[in-house]
Write a protein that binds this ligand. Structure first.
Ligand code: ADP
Ligand code: MG
Length: 659
């Protein structure tokens, strides 16, 4: 069963070399019950670890069940450990958060034999713990814990059991129970190798090997019973080969994933505060991403909607250069527009459909005891059609009223609500900057655009606003509706040429002293502005997500360190590097995923709140939700990977010894 030749193992302790094994050669037949004895520090545990495939010798040969195992890869070793070998430690090494039964089931998970759960129950019954299966290890006595550990070593029906001082921490009665179980197992055909200090334990063995200073100094067969039964154990030559070849075809099912998930959840619950804080990091990051993108998208959409309502055939002529930066203009080189310019532009009948001047200012409106500060805009008659401002109630003002500078006004719905409440407004007289105006109509509701309420406005005739109310000599801007949307550019040039001629603008500076915006220009400017804004907001949000990710990484690293012994134990019972990697990765991803989901909920909630309270239009898009979900998963993987890799690289014995 076990054949070793010249095993050497040397530890480097500071500058000192400790030769734990110095040429151990040993044959153990199938079905033997061997006790290894010797003083403390004589290399017994080291030998056991090498025999149990938990550690590799520095040199020498070792073949287990006819296969040279010194050349196997880590993954293959894990597999053989899992299937062929059972290991029982002096310190039991049960996982504290799991029930006794779950502890006993562990090797099945790594064998991909989750469906054989009843085997664990059977072994638990076998070691006499049928009624303690659902107790946690800390609710069991030492003897009971060791029996759980024995059940665990048996679930995968190994051929060899290694027990390193299994009774070292137990009272006399428990010792007897454990030794009885081991004897029983040996009777059923298992090969047993046990390390012990105590003669009375060793006396149960059929062969006693004594070690000193890393060497075997005596090897006595007490009873030849085992040698006689050799014939009954002839089928061991191909055990390792079989296991390795079977592993090619055996696929660990999705059940394994569920196990990892369950473990991840229980790990999270055992450190609630810690898990909560790292989840919080991701949560805030994702919520920020969702809310910021929602604000960006909302702003963009409302601007686009507004632009669409303006129509693409609208031109706006303004005094001053269109470029705010760049060349600064000489003083006095701003073209000032008058009502005459409006009349002249109106005459370009080939291009122009409607023209309206506009001046704006702020004013205080008073009605009864109500007071309201709002925007007052003086416009021409064509403005009604030009800017879709035909009143819903009442009428627009006429050319006659413009000519006579009549004090008539149209109010936006917000103004109507603020100063009239529910009372009908048409026909009422209001004071605008202390001048009496008659309300002749209510403007159609246009809603908000970004933070700006378009219904918080009052329209009056251009002449009234310039000469009676705001005291302006010049027009702020001229709205031009082009006849045909396709000829917008031509119209723009024609109007430009006309203004240059009209105002006798000669130098380049002078010709730059006014500007004509067309809607597609404005649109692209605004869109690029909102895009930049969205990008900025998104970047800020992404940074907070990154910080959240680092939080997860930190917690995972702590968790790996804290659970080093757990990792060692899992490896000792057959988990390979990938199993450990996946386990920790799932834990990280689970945390970031929960954070992601909660973040989406919070982010959407905040967006809705912004819509309700600030009355901004905010839009949570499906794509931002998907983006946030994917991103949070990626954060989990990226930041979980390193700690998980650290965990998976641990050497089982070193990890088990970790304090
Ligand atoms: P035993 O189990 O017989 O008491 P061990 O096999 O545990 O002895 O140890 C054999 C020798 O190797 C001891 O001198 C011990 O100090 C040394 N040793 C064991 N493990 C390590 C290690 N990880 N690092 C350094 N020295 C070690
Ligand atoms: Mg020891």
């Amino acid at each position: 069963m076990i054949v070793t030749r010249n095993l050497y193992k040397t530890y480097q302790l500071g500058g000192v070399k400790v030769e734990a094994l110095r040429g151990v050669s040993l044959d153990i037949m199938p079905g033997e019950f061997v006790a290894i004895m010797g003083a403390s520090g004589s290399g017994k545990s080291t030998l056991m670890h090498v025999l149990g495939l938990l550690d590799r010798p520095d040199s020498g040969e070792y073949s287990l069940a006819g296969e040279n195992v010194t050349t196997l890869s880590d993954k293959e070793l894990a597999l053989v450990r899992n299937q062929l070998v059972g290991f029982v430690f002096q310190q039991f090494h049960l996982l504290p958060r799991m029930s006794a039964l779950e502890n006993a089931e562990l090797p099945l998970i790594y064998a991909g034999k989750r469906h054989l759960k009843q085997r664990a129950e059977k072994e638990m019954t076998e070691v006499g713990l049928k009624d303690r299966m659902f107790h946690k290890p800390n609710q069991l006595s030492g003897g009971q814990q060791q029996r759980v550990a024995i059940a665990r070593s048996l679930v995968n029906e190994p051929s060899v059991i290694f027990a390193d001082e299994p009774t070292g921490n137990l009272d006399t009665k428990s010792k007897e129970e454990i030794i009885a179980i081991l004897k029983e197992l040996n009777k059923k055909g298992k090969t047993i190798v046990i390390v012990t200090h105590e003669n009375e334990i060793a006396s149960h063995a059929k062969r006693i090997i004594t070690m000193r200073d890393g060497q075997i100094i005596s090897d006595k067969t007490v009873s030849c019973e085992s040698r006689l039964s050799e014939a009954g154990f002839s089928g061991t030559e191909n055990l390792v080969k079989d296991i390795l070849s079977r592993s090619g075809s055996a696929v660990k099912g999705g059940m394994e994933f569920l196990d990892y998930l369950r473990q991840a959840i229980s790990a999270m619950f055992s450190h609630k505060m810690r898990a909560f804080l790292s989840i919080l990091g991701i949560l805030i990051g994702v919520a920020a991403v969702i809310a910021m993108l929602a604000i960006g998208t909302g702003a963009k959409e409302s601007i686009e909607k507004q632009l669409a309502s303006l129509g693409s055939n609208l031109l706006v002529v303004r005094a001053g250069a269109s470029k705010s930066g760049g060349v600064s203009l000489e003083a006095g080189t701003t073209t000032r527009f008058t009502l005459e310019d409006v009349t002249v532009i109106e005459k370009l009948k080939d291009y122009v459909k409607r023209v309206s001047p506009s001046v704006t200012g702020r004013a205080q409106i008073v009605y009864g005891n109500k007071n309201w500060n709002t925007q007052v805009q003086g416009v021409g008659v064509s403005y009604a059609q030009l800017r879709s401002s035909v009143p819903t109630v009442g009428r627009f003002f006429t050319e006659e009223e413009v000519k006579k500078r009549d004090k008539v006004a149209l109010v936006g719905t917000t103004v109507a609500k603020e100063i009239f409440g529910n009372i009908k407004s048409v026909g009422k007289t209001i004071k605008i900057n202390q001048i009496n105006f008659r309300v002749i109509g209510v403007l159609p509701a246009k809603g908000t655009s970004g933070p700006q309420d378009q219904d918080d406005t009052v329209l009056i005739p251009i002449t009234t606003s310039m000469y009676r109310l705001l005291g302006k000599q010049y027009i702020d801007s001229i709205y031009v509706e082009v006849k045909n949307a396709d000829s917008t550019d031509a119209a723009q040039e024609a109007i430009s040429a006309l203004i240059i001629k009209q105002h006798r603008l000669i130098t380049k500076d002078q010709q730059d002293s006014f500007s004509i915006f067309n809607m597609s220009d404005i649109k692209s400017t605004l869109t690029s502005t909102t895009d930049t804004m969205s990008l900025l907001l998104g970047a800020i949000a992404a940074i907070s997500l990154l910080v959240g990710g680092i939080g997860i990484m930190n917690i995972m690293l702590v968790s790996v360190t804290e659970r080093t012994r757990e990792i060692g134990l899992r490896k000792a019972i057959g988990a390979n590097n990938k199993d450990i990697l996946v386990q920790f990765l799932i834990e990280a991803v689970l945390m970031s995923f929960i954070g992601g989901l909660a973040g989406i909920a919070l982010g959407s909630g905040v967006s809705v709140l912004i819509t309700l309270i600030a009355k901004w239009s905010v839009r949570v898009s499906l794509s931002s939700v998907l983006l946030a979900t994917v991103f949070s998963l990626v954060v989990g993987v990226v930041f979980g990977l390193w700690p998980a890799k650290q965990a998976s690289r641990l050497n089982p014995i070193e990890a088990l010894r970790y304090e």
